[in-house]
Ligand binder design. Structure first.
Ligand SMILES: [Zn+2]
Length: 128
């Protein structure tokens, strides 16, 4: 899979499997965005939309902020999606990666507590 330098938005209720490259899926129903990592590794990046986590804005083009740090993926990609364009940043340092992973784990745990497994199943249309 080749790297993506532009995303278009698709507003969906739940994410398809597999996700398609170069599309930023936004589920309003589940307050979650998902996309395939911009580096082309094929990794899924799922970002919870909340005041404490990520937000999307749509002005004809989609933006996702703050930056995406794919610390759960081997590629360790780090980028912003601003008005559809991928804006690459330097990979996080090991210390930053560790901090981000701890924060992500905490967010996911909070999230799991708030949304049981069934919720993820519905979001992804997956049979787990
Ligand atoms: Zn990647």
């Amino acid at each position: 899979m080749s790297p993506t330098d532009r995303y278009i938005v698709r507003f969906v209720e739940s994410f398809p499997t597999p996700l398609e490259p170069a599309i930023l899926y936004v589920s309003v129903a589940y307050s979650t965005a998902g996309h395939l990592c911009a580096c082309g590794c094929g990794g899924e990046v799922v970002t919870k939309l909340s005041p404490a986590r990520w937000r999307v804005s749509f002005d004809g083009e989609i933006s996702l902020s703050p930056s995406v740090a794919a610390t759960a993926l081997p590629c360790n990609s780090h980028y912003f999606i601003t008005r559809g364009e991928v804006d690459w940043r330097r990979p996080l340092s090991e210390l930053q990666t560790n901090r981000a992973q701890i924060a992500d784990r905490r967010a996911i745990n909070d999230h799991r507590a708030a949304f049981p497994r069934q919720w993820w199943k519905r979001l992804f249309h997956r049979r787990w």
